[in-house]
Design a protein around this ligand. Structure first.
Ligand code: NAG
Ligand code: NAG
Length: 246
């Protein structure tokens, strides 16, 4: 005959193991959808913390992360709900770009986020916003610029050296939609009907930008390709320019 105390302990142990049975990313191989659901359903912060209690749960390594895009003139990485689960339910994400000489992030939009962007080193950076009175204007290192929700914008490094930039976006899933790719992705017949011709190769990531910059910096569009550079190579070269100027 179990005593009341034993019964209570058994019940307590059962309820504890029910709590511990809550899914965690560390213990089980949760899919992305299951991770998002578990974090959204977590009743308290401690439950979220348990789910995120695995190496990298609260830490995103931009230097070693898989690139979100890589062009001839550098990589960019977006840390969002897909690869950085701590942001799930918190409405934020972060973007980092390593932009080679004269490199350009082609005109794009984040359909679900406003962006605050810091030029960390290098530049100056020509940016423009395709909305009301949106430039283009140039920003230098140490300066922050702003792109409103859904606006079409671009970043063109006007420097003959690399630039590094970091941005915060107010959505955990901001989206990155390159205008030319999206538009031409409508299909050649639709595009041909609208424009009269269709393009085959459209840059998706950071590619060599404006012709005037390439000429000024002596860069040959056909042969120049620094896509094999490490991210540290970009940081070193971009900081060298800042240090050399001071
Ligand atoms: C940053 O912005 C300030 C104020 O607009 C400007 O004076 C400064 O030159 C900018 N920095 C760079 C490196 O361009
Ligand atoms: C669209 O592409 C298809 C397949 O490449 C081709 O057969 C067709 O002629 C193209 N249409 C137009 C309008 O360019």
């Amino acid at each position: 005959m179990p005593s009341w105390a034993t019964l209570l302990l058994t019940l307590l142990a059962a309820s504890l193991s029910a709590t511990q049975a809550a899914p965690t990313r560390r213990d089980s191989q949760l899919s992305l959808a299951e991770t998002i659901k578990a974090l959204r359903d977590a009743p308290m912060a401690i439950n979220r913390a348990n789910i995120l209690d695995y190496p990298g749960g609260y830490q995103f390594d931009f230097l070693n992360a898989k690139n979100s895009g890589l062009g001839k003139d550098g990589p960019f990485i977006l840390a969002d709900n897909g690869n950085f689960h701590a942001v799930i339910g918190n409405g934020m994400s972060m973007f980092m770009a390593f932009i080679g000489p004269c490199g350009m992030v082609p005109s794009h939009t984040h359909p679900r986020a406003t962006e605050l962007e810091l030029i960390v080193a290098g530049g100056p950076m020509l940016t423009g916003i395709m909305t009301e009175a949106g430039g283009p204007y140039t920003v230098g290192y140490g300066n922050v610029t702003f792109f409103p929700l859904g606006s079409i914008h671009f970043q063109q490094n006007l420097g003959c050296d690399p630039a590094v930039l970091v941005a915060i976006l107010n959505s955990e899933n901001p989206g990155f939609s390159v205008i030319s790719n999206t538009y031409f992705g409508l299909g050649n017949e639709t595009v041909a009907a609208s424009l009269g011709q269709a393009e085959e190769t459209i840059p998706m990531a950071i590619n060599l930008g404006q012709e005037s910059c390439l000429q000024r910096c002596g860069i040959d569009r056909d042969t120049y390709d620094i896509s094999a550079w490490s991210k540290l190579d970009f940081i070193r070269a971009a900081y060298k320019t800042v240090v050399d100027q001071h």
